[in-house]
Design a protein. Structure first.
Length: 317
């Protein structure tokens, strides 16, 4: 075995772990300490004391094996944390970009719609008569009619609010946040509530439960503004319950429409059966009349037959 290469490689790896100051490096320091104490006991203590030390060798080896296993687990956990950190950074970059954030909200909303409703019950990127394009349009029957869902949200002011580190800046950020939300609510009401085409209300989808909770807990003025403008704020949890309710309403409306159609078809069937009964009655009367005529005809034929026989039986001699 090439001990020089082994020692060189081992020294390099140990140096990297120690410089990283990671939990694995700290455990390695402890393991090296245990190994050092064990080697010191073998080199310093005389032979008559080594027999006693040999009793703990197996326990020491087991301990070292456990430390090695834990180091492997820590390394695996660090790899998972690194991957998770990369994903979080990617999500943060997505949410920091307005266009990417809009696409993220639309994708989240689309997933919820496809999970809760049949394909014919909604339409994504629907264009209204006023030229505005809605993120989603629920095909509700009248009343209330189609309902527009907007999935965009002014997240910049919310990020400023949660980053505020003193009461004064928090108060200013909250006013800005509520002002931006109120403006967005007004835009939704003006763009997506179209009399005669859509319902008299719309939904503002917030893809974050934290933002939704912040609005209802500490920014009730923005929520009240939504109520007054008939724009209702929903989160992934609340819209899921709403969509399931809408699905039940659509199913009930479909059953009602089907029952109306069935009732109309039943009435038509009754009319057809009545016409058939009348035609059968007319045919019966005609058949009875024809039977009476046949009876009279047979009677007349028999009478003529008897007369003919009497004439035949006359004796003219």
């Amino acid at each position: 075995m090439n001990w020089d290469a082994f020692i060189t490689d081992g020294t390099t790896i140990i140096g990297q772990w120690l410089n990283s100051r990671s939990p694995a490096g700290l455990l390695l320091i402890g393991a090296l300490g245990v190994i050092g104490i064990w080697l010191t006991g073998r080199w310093i203590f005389p032979k008559n004391h080594r027999q006693t030390g040999k009793q703990n060798v197996s326990e020491t080896e087991a301990t070292l094996a456990g430390i090695a296993e834990r180091i492997g687990r820590i390394d695996a956990a660090q790899a998972n944390l690194a991957a998770l950190s990369s994903q979080i950074i990617g999500l943060e970059r997505t949410l920091s970009d307005k266009q990417a954030r809009g696409a993220f909200g639309e994708a989240r909303l689309g997933d919820l719609l496809r999970d809760a409703l049949p394909p014919h019950a909604f339409k994504e990127q629907a264009t209204l008569a006023n030229g505005r394009r809605a993120d989603a349009l629920l095909s509700m029957p009248y009343p209330p009619g189609p309902i527009v869902i907007d999935s965009k949200f002014p997240l910049e002011s919310y990020r400023t609010l949660i980053a505020a580190d003193d009461p004064k800046s928090e108060k200013s950020a909250r006013k800005s946040f509520e002002r931006d939300v109120s403006k967005h609510i007004a835009d939704i009401a003006d763009r997506y509530i179209v009399p005669g085409e859509t319902a008299d209300c719309a939904l503002m989808f917030v893809p974050s439960e934290a933002v939704f909770a912040e609005l209802h807990a500490r920014s009730s003025s923005a929520v009240d503004e939504g109520y007054s403008r008939r724009v209702f704020i929903v989160s992934p949890t609340t819209i899921w319950a709403l969509l399931n309710t809408i699905r039940a309403i659509m199913k009930d409306a479909q059953m009602t429409e089907s029952s109306v159609t069935l009732q109309a078809e039943a009435q038509a069937l009754v009319a057809d059966v009545t016409a058939i009964a009348q035609a059968a009655e007319t045919a019966r009367r005609r058949i009875e009349l024809a039977g009476s005529d046949l009876t009279n005809l047979v009677r007349a034929a028999k009478t003529a037959e008897r007369r003919g026989r009497r004439i035949h039986d006359l004796d003219f001699d």
